[in-house]
Design a binder for this molecule. Structure first.
Ligand SMILES: [Zn+2]
Length: 206
């Protein structure tokens, strides 16, 4: 029996992209951002615009050359817009950086050390993505329950020894960079009453 809608190559691929405003914002940024605070400030701006524009959740992540501060790319959450549950900001940023640089390993031979800057500790999925990306440095605005408490997003079962796992793989961790401004973005998102796509889904009904 033939498939009612036959498979063909044009349907067996997918595209993830950044919204038009993000392209314009990237071009408006300096080529280099010297400090972790400057890099996080740029990431927070993208996270804020993303939900304000209705193009995704309040999450952004940037890939930079760790030592020079050269901006490689900043990505934002694109889950709803892309019909793709894995289109988290970290996956977007890492994947776009790899495409822009033409490598699958951001820590490959001959490359400068790359740093991922994220507006909270990566979720269960993105923690794995960070480990496999080749980045040598992870900068986060914070960790802990505040993100889930404020926004309702589920961050999943991140291993309690996540710091040790990073260290064992040679990935340095810088924490609490612009923590309060990051929480302010989440509070603004919560006050906007926008849709939280994975809140309590999969939980057994009471
Ligand atoms: Zn994630």
């Amino acid at each position: 029996m033939p498939h009612p809608t036959p498979f063909d190559a044009t349907r067996l691929r997918f595209t993830l992209d950044l919204p038009a405003w993000a392209v314009a914002e990237l071009n408006a940024l300096p080529t280099h951002l010297a400090t972790p605070e400057e890099r996080m400030a740029a990431v927070l701006k993208f996270a804020q615009i993303n939900f304000q524009q209705g193009t995704g959740g309040p999450f952004a992540a940037g890939v930079f050359e760790r030592d020079t501060g050269r901006l490689v790319v900043i990505g934002v959450n694109r889950v709803l817009a892309s019909n793709c549950s894995s289109a988290h900001a970290e996956v977007m940023a890492i994947s776009l950086a790899q495409q822009l640089l033409g490598v699958y390993d951001l820590g490959g031979p001959g490359l400068p050390a790359h740093q991922l800057v994220v507006n909270w500790r990566p979720c269960a999925m993105c923690f794995g993505a960070v480990l496999w990306s080749g980045v040598r440095s992870l900068v986060i605005a914070g960790d802990g329950p505040e993100l889930e408490q404020i926004t309702g997003f589920d961050e999943g079962p991140v291993t309690p020894v996540w710091r040790t796992e990073l260290a064992q793989r040679g990935i340095e961790l810088v924490e609490d960079v612009l923590r309060e401004p990051a929480l302010a973005v989440y509070r603004e998102f919560a006050a906007s009453q926008q849709f939280v796509y994975n809140a309590r889904q999969g939980a057994t009904a009471a």
